[in-house]
Write a protein that binds this ligand. Structure first.
Ligand SMILES: [Zn+2]
Length: 274
């Protein structure tokens, strides 16, 4: 499942390819994504409109085009720019055809993605759409997070996956950030001190930024190739490295399950006396 850095990278990669393009037609597969694709509403409002901007909020892409298109890639969604001559892939679900013959296409094999559309967007409508989303990691305040988690007995690793607390962090970057901050993923969220929250927040933002930088080097492949969703060739320090030596202390990386999700950590660096 793409996390914040992957979505941010797709956003940055698509920007030069779609900004300034005029939408002529819209077609869909007719298949249901997580919710129905609002084809009639898009067809009524979008032809003749120019794409002005693309930005990211949490794991959503927001395309400003007169109206506002909001796209979530779900587990396996992928957006790419193609020429009209290139045949649509097997898991094609939507295409926005531009006046210059190019197309923005959405592919999604498992169909957990979502396409929403606001013909007359407003700050209020956008706020409502994202009402359940926590702040972006870069906008989070350590003291506020500590306060929100004051009574939360959930392990910190599970708390980080809660998009209502902090947006955009998934399973991989939660493990990576906790390792960087030297915090035991099993520790109750309520047990973190303010200085640990500060350390964790700094680690989260570092890890996410490094992933975005790493993604930037593969960006053209990513947005031009169909069904290449997933993670960049990032060098994870703990994720999926069970049994391999910790890059810091040499101890074997341990694997456990927290809230049903695989969690990787260094028992020494992230232990009680770290
Ligand atoms: Zn270690």
């Amino acid at each position: 499942m793409p996390e914040l850095p992957e979505v941010e990278t797709i956003c940055r990669g698509l920007a030069p390819l779609i900004i300034g393009k005029t939408i002529v037609t819209i077609e869909t597969s007719g298949k249901l994504l997580r919710q129905p694709v609002p084809l009639d509403e898009m067809r009524a409002a979008l032809p003749g409109q120019t794409i002005n901007a693309i930005r990211r909020r949490a794991k959503y892409l927001l395309i400003e085009c007169g109206g506002l298109l909001i796209i979530h890639l779900g587990m396996t969604g992928n957006l790419g720019v193609f020429t009209a001559e290139q045949p649509p892939g097997k898991h094609f679900h939507a295409r926005f055809c531009f006046a210059d013959g190019q197309e923005l296409r959405y592919h999604d094999s498992r169909r957990f993605g979502r396409i929403a559309f606001f013909p007359a967007p407003s700050a209020t409508a956008e706020q409502q759409f994202f009402a359940a989303c926590g702040p972006e990691p870069v906008d989070c305040d350590a003291a506020l997070l500590a306060e929100k988690c004051r009574r939360l007995q959930t392990p910190i690793k599970a708390a980080l996956l809660n998009g209502a607390l902090i947006a955009g962090i998934g399973n991989i970057y939660a493990s990576e950030s906790l390792f960087r901050a030297r915090i035991d993923p099993k520790l109750a969220a309520s047990a973190l001190t303010l200085s640990e929250w500060r350390r964790l927040l700094a680690a989260i933002n570092e890890v996410l930024n490094e992933a975005i930088v790493c993604g930037g080097s593969t960006i053209s492949d990513y947005v031009n190739a169909e069904q290449k969703s997933g993670y960049f060739q990032m060098h994870f320090t703990v994720y999926d490295r069970a049994g391999q030596p910790c890059q810091h202390c040499g101890t074997a990386i341990a694997q456990t399950k927290i809230a049903g999700r695989s969690t990787f950590f260094c028992p020494k660096c992230q232990g009680e006396n770290s």
